[in-house]
Every structure is written in C-alpha cells, then in structure tokens.
Ligand binder design. Structure first.
Ligand SMILES: NC(=O)C1=CN([C@@H]2O[C@H](COP(=O)(O)OP(=O)(O)OC[C@H]3O[C@@H](n4cnc5c(N)ncnc54)[C@H](OP(=O)(O)O)[C@@H]3O)[C@@H](O)[C@H]2O)C=CC1
Ligand SMILES: Nc1nc(=O)c2c([nH]1)NC[C@@H]1CN(c3ccc(C(=O)N[C@@H](CCC(=O)O)C(=O)O)cc3)C=[N+]21
Length: 279
C-alpha cells in the first residue's frame, strides 16, 4: 500500500484563485488594492527568500505589497515603532513580521505591535486567543493551511488521536488547538518527550513541526495514518522520513508542495479578508 499524497500546491491554487477574485472585487468597489506589508529584520538568506516568495504570490493574485527591511542591529524599540506605524497606516491592510528576528530583539513585543485587525499572519496573543476560544479571527497561517489541506481531502478528525510534534507559538501550539477544536484527541510532543516513537505509533494523525530532517521514522507510522510534514529544512527535506512513511501512511504531505504553499495561500486570503473588514 502506498499513501495518497496531499497535494498542497493544487489545493493552494484553488484558494489563490478565489482570493484573486475577492481582491479584484475589493479593488473595484474601494478603488484601492488590498495591501500586505512585509517586515524583514536582518539579512538571513532563507528569510529573505520566504518574504520574496510571499510578495511574488501577492502580485500574482492582485494584492499589493510593501517591503520594509531593517538592519540586523535594529532595537526592539525601533522595530515596535516601525510596526506601530504600519498598524496606524490606512493604506496597509495586513502586516507580516518574518520570524525569526535577531536574538537581541523581543519578538513577542514586536508581534504585539501588530494591530489585531491587521494580524493576517495570526501571530498576536489576540489572534491566538480567538483561535483557541473558537471566536472569529485570523489563524496562524501554517496551522490554518494544514487544516484547509486536510479538509480539502475530507479527512475526518473527530475522535482521532492526533500527535503534534513541536509546540512553537506560530506552528505546533496553534495547530494542536485547531485539531482540538475539531474534536481530535491531541497529544503534544516536544524536545523533552520521553518516547516520541511510542507516541507516533498510536497516532491516527501526525503533524511534524520540529525543524529536524527526517526525525520521524517511517517505521513509527501507524498503517493508514495521516502524516503532515510541516518541517522545512535546508535542501527541501521535511521532518518525516518521507518514502518510508509513505509506505505505511494512508495520506501524507510532500516537501515541497505540501504545507508550504498552503501557508502562503492562507496569508493572502486573510489579507483580503482584512481589507474587506476595513479597519
Ligand atoms: N511550511 C511552512 O510554512 C512553515 C514551516 N516551518 C518549519 O517547521 C519547522 C518548525 O518550525 P518552528 O515551529 O518555527 O520551530 P521552533 O524551532 O520554534 O520549534 C521547534 C519545536 O520542535 C521541538 N523539538 C526540537 N527537537 C525535538 C526533538 N528531538 N523531538 C521532539 N521535538 C523537538 C521543540 O521543542 P521545545 O519546545 O521543547 O524546545 C519546539 O517545540 C521548521 O522546519 C520550519 O522551517 C515553520 C513555519 C512555517
Ligand atoms: N511570521 C512568519 N510567518 C510564517 O509563515 C513564516 C515565518 N514567519 N518564518 C519562516 C516560515 C517558513 N515559511 C514558509 C512558507 C512557505 C514555504 C513554501 O511555500 N515552500 C514551497 C517551496 C518553495 C521553494 O523552495 O521553491 C513548498 O513547500 O512547496 C516555505 C516556508 C513561512 N514561515
């Protein structure tokens, strides 16, 4: 048996098409283009590439983007001031602060300078709380994208045992909350988990969000399980030993072409939603 591959590229394209239509309708009625501001601090080449990818996707669907680039020496106060200015700018609908920021910067303080109505990347405490309480708001993009991908294949979550590996504020922790909201029985694993293999063996749904190439071994995967590989390591390698896992899984995401494109599609959809909602 070989797993069905969850085609994030294809699913993201239908979401991007719908977003393009909404962006065009917004532009026609308001006379301006929905606009995403991207904020990049320092010159990490990978972060620069991600931001570039996001901006070129914006252009393709008719969303304007404004790039703010700040030097690695930027202080927390300077970054908070720059983001606060974007929060107050009526021509900006959404704000993305690319993670990670340099170690001397208080990333949480910087995220919290994003106005809740412009938090299209879903990184603020406001957005997290709304998501966790099941109230309307913006989802963290990667978790939101993962749920959209599972839903596109009608994969059931109710009563399923879900194991999330990783507990970061914008990926592991919120994806577990979204799975919980869908009535999965959720277990979080992390760097202090005693027996990761044992936890994964029991899982009907596995979300790997660690950043360690092929940490999840194929032989751990329960036959028929749904395996979501959010890991994105240098050389296009995920956190799952893909070929071996695909021998056992029922459904599996590829890297690339899985979670990554869904993340960007959700970011853009939420940017148009922010524009439609006004400030
Ligand atoms: N495709 C996409 O759109 C995105 C992909 N990513 C990718 O997802 C991965 C995770 O990113 P992110 O959440 O930001 O990473 P972080 O480094 O913030 O978090 C990693 C998590 O993994 C846990 N962890 C580390 N080592 C182990 C281990 N040996 N066993 C179990 N758990 C472990 C950590 O545990 P602890 O809390 O105990 O330290 C932590 O919770 C990366 O590969 C990143 O590139 C990230 C964002 C978007
Ligand atoms: N505040 C913040 N929000 C983020 O959403 C965020 C972030 N910071 N920091 C870094 C990570 C990384 N990330 C990716 C998004 C898309 C792809 C993606 O689309 N990848 C393509 C491959 C693209 C290629 O390599 O050509 C794919 O998987 O198919 C990858 C990685 C978002 N992140």
């Amino acid at each position: 048996m070989s797993a069905t591959v969850l085609d994030g590229t294809a699913v993201s394209h239908s979401l991007l098409d719908a977003t393009a239509a909404r962006a065009a309708a917004f532009a026609a009625s308001s006379g301006r283009t929905p606009t995403l501001a991207t904020v990049l601090v320092g010159d990490d080449p990978a972060s620069r590439t991600y931001v570039k990818m996001k901006r070129s996707r914006c252009a393709k669907v008719g969303i304007g983007s404004r790039a703010v680039e700040l030097p690695a020496s930027t202080t927390t106060e300077q970054l908070v001031a720059a983001i606060s200015a974007l929060s107050a700018d009526p021509t900006v609908d959404g704000i993305l602060l690319q993670h990670p920021v340099p170690a001397h910067v208080d990333e949480r303080a910087a995220f919290e300078a994003i106005a809740p109505g412009k938090d299209v990347d879903g990184v603020t405490m406001h957005s997290f709380a709304a998501m966790a309480f099941g109230e309307p708001g913006f989802h963290s993009c990667t978790p939101g994208g993962i749920l959209r991908l599972l839903d596109a294949y009608d994969l059931p979550l109710t009563g399923r045992r879900a194991v999330v590996i990783g507990r970061s504020p914008i990926l592991g922790k919120p994806v577990g909350m979204l799975l919980l909201a869908r009535d999965a029985t959720v277990t979080y694993c992390h760097s202090r988990t005693a027996d990761l293999a044992e936890a994964v063996r029991e899982a009907d749904v596995v979300v790997a969000a660690v950043g360690r190439p092929e940490l999840v071994r194929g032989e751990w995967v329960k036959p028929g399980a749904v395996v979501v590989d959010a890991g994105y390591n240098p050389g296009n390698v995920g956190d799952v030993e893909h070929a071996a896992a695909a021998e056992r899984a029922g459904h599996i995401t590829p890297v690339p072409g899985g979670v990554g494109p869904m993340t960007i599609a959700v970011l853009l959809e939420q940017t148009v939603r922010a524009a439609e909602a006004g400030r």
